[in-house]
Design a binder for this molecule. Sequence first.
Ligand SMILES: [Zn+2]
Length: 265
Amino acid sequence: MSVTKHLLDLFRVDKQLLGLRHRLEAAERFLSQQAAQLTELERLKADLTGQVRQLRAAAANDEGEAQRLEAKMAQIREQMNQTKTAKEYQALVTELNTFKTQKGEFEERAIESMGRIEAAEARLKEIAEQHGERTRIVAKAKADRDERDAEIKDRVAELTAQRSDLTKAIPAANLTEFEHLVRTRGDEAMAHIEMIDRRAHEGSCSACMMAIPVEALSALMTGKLTRCPSCRCFLYIEESLMTAGEEPPRKRKSKAKKEEAAKAQ
Ligand SMILES: [Zn+2]
């Protein structure tokens, strides 16, 4: 077998490996996207829970202050009932009003906090629902990833073994060139010859569409490793053409001549 044939086999094994890995990578990408969204929801959940805790503490504090002032105001009202002079009474009224204003401020703040707690809790409920939903999606994505991994595992091992066998038959320099081509050109590292006229040894590179000189095509037909002079990919002749091509036109002509000769006899 020619180096070209070995490289072509390797190229095909690599393509299969790449295809299998792409499927797995797609599943892995989806899983990591979903997991990132779940982490973000967890962060939001923790944030909101912290906010609610702080607001509750602030509201409880304000309510406590309001109650303390209420108790003071009750005391003042008691004193007002017992005052003898109008002046004392007026002083108590002023004090009562001051406390009343302060108490009103604490109550207002407590109500405001309660409103914010309500809003935060409603949002928390939404987030908790989204979190539950996302948790299910992540579990499913993880199962899909594992399933794909299991599906391709044996085939990947098989192809990897094949690959290693194939590389043993390829000269190191050619293998390095090939691997460099795969890295830089991917699917166009190797290209078949598009035959224009097989008898006239006329063909073009199926990757870059440029015509291949007759000498290059002849060299390829004799099994010599050949690169496209334009795009530098490794060229090959498709198997179906190769079997036909093994019998060059010249030979067939002589065969025809022989037949003619046989007829003439
Ligand atoms: Zn080319």
